[in-house]
Design a binder for this molecule. Structure first.
Ligand code: NAD
Length: 476
C-alpha cells in the first residue's frame, strides 16, 4: 500500500473508501495499490491551499521562477525512474516516455521565464482622458483545482501546475486513478525544494474524489482535462458557483492528405497521428481524409505500415506501440471493433484484440467509412483509424469541420499556399502542416466546439490563472 496524498506539505494515508489498483497494462496485472483520499481530505487540501495563498501570491516573481526552475531540474534528476514508471503504468514505449518527461521539463522552464517577466506586465495604461492615471495588475486567480486524465500524466499536470504556480496561485491536483503514482514526483519535488506547505497539494482518487474537488466551494477556479461526460459535470459544478473553468476535452481530429503528397511521407505522418500512445490522445488524427488521386496508392501502403508496427511490452521488447493503458479502455476499443463488424465496415488492418496477456489491440484501419458511422463520429481513444476519400479542397474542409469536436487537424500537401488556406478554414485550436503532433510550449493548446473552453500553454496558459485588475487614480 502506497502513501500517496500530499496535503499541507505532508504525505498522508488515504482515508477514502475506494482502493485503487495500479496496473501494468502489458501484463494486465496490478503492481501497487493505494487508498483514495476521503472527501474530508480533499477539504483539508483546499484549506491548506487557501492558507498558503496570501504568502505565495506576494512571493516575488523571481523567487517563484526559481522554484519552477527547481521543478525542471528535479524532474531531470528523476529521469530514469519517471521514464520506467510511465512505461510500466501507461504502457508507453521508451522514446514516448522520454518525450513526455522532456515536455514537462520544458514547460516548467518556460513558465519560469514568463514568471520573471511578470513585473514588467504590471504597467501604466496610457489614457486619452486628462487628469487620470491607470495601471494594470495581473493578479493570481487564487486557489485552483486541477483534475487530469491518465494518458499523459506528467505532461498534462505540468501544463497546469507550472503556469498556476508562476501566476501565484496555490493548487490542489487530482491525478487520474489509472496513473496515481507518476505525479507523486511533483509532491516529492515540492518537498525537496522546500516549496512552502500548502502551495501544492495532491489528492488521489476516483470520481468521488474528483467530484469532491470540483464541487468544493473553497476554489476560485477549476481546470479540468478529461472526457466530455465528466467535463460537463465539472462545468455544472462551476456554473452552480459562478466560477471560472478551463476544460480540455475530447477530439475526433482530421488528417487531410492531398494528392500532391509523397506517399511514403504521408503514411509516416498518418501512422504517427493514430498510433502514438496507442492512439490514446485527445489529439489523435483518427479521421483520414485522402484525396481520390492518391487514395489507391496510399491505402495499401498504410495498411502494410500498420501491420508491420511492433506491438508489445515496452519493458521487455523494442516496440513501436504498447498496450492500451487500462482494461476499461481495452474493453471500450473492443466494443468499437464489434460495432464496426455490425456496421459492415471494410477493415484493411487490425480490428481485433491481440491474443496475448495484457490489454493489447492491433493498429486498425477501416476504409470508406460512412459519415454517419459511430466510428467516424465518436472519440474511440485507441489506434483505430477511419478513412474517407474526397475530391476537392472545399469537400475536404467541409468534411473535416463536420464534427462536434474541434481540437486539432493535420494538413499534408506539397502546395504550401493551399495547405495554409485549408489550415485557416479548419475549425480547430491547432493545425499542423506537413508534420504531426508537434506541440511546442510557446504555442497554445485547446479546442473549439465540444473540445473545450480556454487554452493552455504559451502566454494564454498563464493568463488562465490570472485575474486582470486596474487601479485608476484621479490626478486632480
Ligand atoms: P475522465 O473524464 O474519465 O477522467 C478525467 C479525470 O476526472 C480523472 O482524474 C477522473 O478521476 C476525474 N473524474 C471522474 N469523474 C469525475 C467527477 N464526477 N467529477 C470530477 N472529476 C471526475 O477522462 P480519462 O478517461 O481519464 O481521459 C480520457 C479523456 O480525456 C478523453 O476524452 C481525452 O480526449 C481527454 N483528454 C483531453 C485532452 C485535451 O487536452 N483536450 C488531453 C488529454 C485527454
Amino acid at each position: 500500500m502506497t502513501t500517496s496524498h500530499y496535503i499541507a506539505g505532508r504525505w498522508v494515508e488515504g482515508q477514502g473508501s475506494d482502493c485503487i489498483s495500479v496496473n501494468d497494462p502489458a501484463l494486465g496485472q496490478p503492481f501497487a495499490e493505494l487508498m483514495a483520499a476521503s472527501v474530508a481530505q480533499v477539504d483539508q487540501a483546499v484549506s491548506a491551499a487557501r492558507g498558503a495563498l496570501p504568502a505565495w501570491k506576494i512571493t516575488s516573481a523571481s523567487k517563484r521562477a526559481a522554484y519552477l526552475r527547481g521543478f525542471a531540474e528535479q524532474l531531470g534528476q528523476r529521469r530514469e525512474a519517471l521514464i520506467t514508471l510511465q512505461m510500466r503504468n501507461n504502457g508507453k514505449p521508451r522514446h514516448e516516455a522520454e518525450i513526455d518527461l522532456d515536455d514537462a521539463i520544458a514547460t516548467f522552464g518556460y513558465y519560469a521565464e514568463l514568471a520573471e517577466q511578470l513585473p514588467s506586465k504590471n504597467r501604466d495604461v496610457p489614457l486619452a482622458a486628462p487628469g487620470f492615471s491607470a495601471r494594470t495588475r495581473l493578479e493570481p486567480v487564487g486557489v485552483v483545482g486541477l483534475i487530469v486524465p491518465w494518458n499523459f500524466p506528467l505532461v498534462t499536470s505540468a501544463w497546469k501546475l507550472a503556469p498556476a504556480l508562476a501566476a501565484g496561485c496555490t493548487v490542489v491536483l487530482k491525478p487520474s486513478e489509472v496513473t496515481p503514482l507518476i505525479e507523486q514526483a511533483y509532491g516529492q519535488i515540492a518537498d525537496a525544494l522546500g516549496l512552502p506547505a500548502g502551495v501544492l497539494n495532491i489528492v488521489n482518487g476516483k470520481a468521488e474524489t474528483g467530484a469532491a474537488l470540483s464541487n468544493h466551494n473553497g476554489l476560485d477556479k477549476l481546470s479540468f482535462t478529461g472526457s466530455n461526460s465528466v467535463g460537463s459535470q465539472v462545468m455544472r459544478s462551476a456554473s452552480a458557483q459562478c466560477r471560472p473553468v478551463t476544460l480540455e476535452l475530447g477530439g475526433k481530429s482530421a488528417i487531410v492528405v492531398f494528392d500532391d503528397c509523397d506517399v511514403g511521407q504521408a503514411v509516416e505522418w498518418i501512422v504517427a497521428g493514430i498510433t502514438w500512445n496507442a492512439g490514446q490522445m485527445c489529439s489523435a488524427t483518427s479521421r483520414l481524409l485522402v484525396q481520390e488521386g492518391i487514395a489507391d496508392a496510399l491505402l495499401p501502403r498504410l495498411q502494410a505500415a500498420l501491420e508491420n508496427l511492433r506491438v508489445g511490452n515496452p519493458l521487455s521488447e523494442e516496440v513501436d506501440m504498447g498496450p492500451l493503458t487500462s482494461q476499461a479502455q481495452w474493453l471500450k476499443v473492443a466494443g468499437y471493433f464489434a460495432t464496426a463488424r455490425e456496421e459492415g465496415l471494410q477493415c484493411l488492418a487490425g480490428g481485433k484484440a491481440l491474443d496475448r496477456d495484457g490489454w493489447f489491440v492491433s493498429p486498425t484501419l477501416y476504409a470508406d467509412v460512412p459519415k454517419d458511422s459511430r466510428l467516424w463520429t465518436e472519440e474511440i481513444f485507441g489506434p483505430v483509424l477511419c478513412a474517407r476519400r474526397f475530391a476537392t479542397e472545399e469537400q475536404a474542409i467541409a468534411e473535416a469541420n463536420d464534427s462536434r469536436f474541434g481540437l486539432v487537424a493535420t494538413v499534408c500537401s506539397a502546395d504550401l499556399e493551399r495547405a495554409e488556406r485549408v489550415a485557416d478554414a479548419l475549425e480547430v485550436g491547432h493545425v499542423w502542416i506537413n508534420s504531426v503532433q508537434a506541440v511546442f510550449v510557446e504555442t497554445s493548446w485547446g479546442g473549439t466546439k465540444g473540445s473545450g473552453i480556454g487554452r493552455e500553454l504559451g502566454p494564454w496558459g498563464l493568463s488562465a490563472y490570472q485575474s486582470v485588475k486596474h487601479v485608476t487614480r484621479c490626478l486632480g
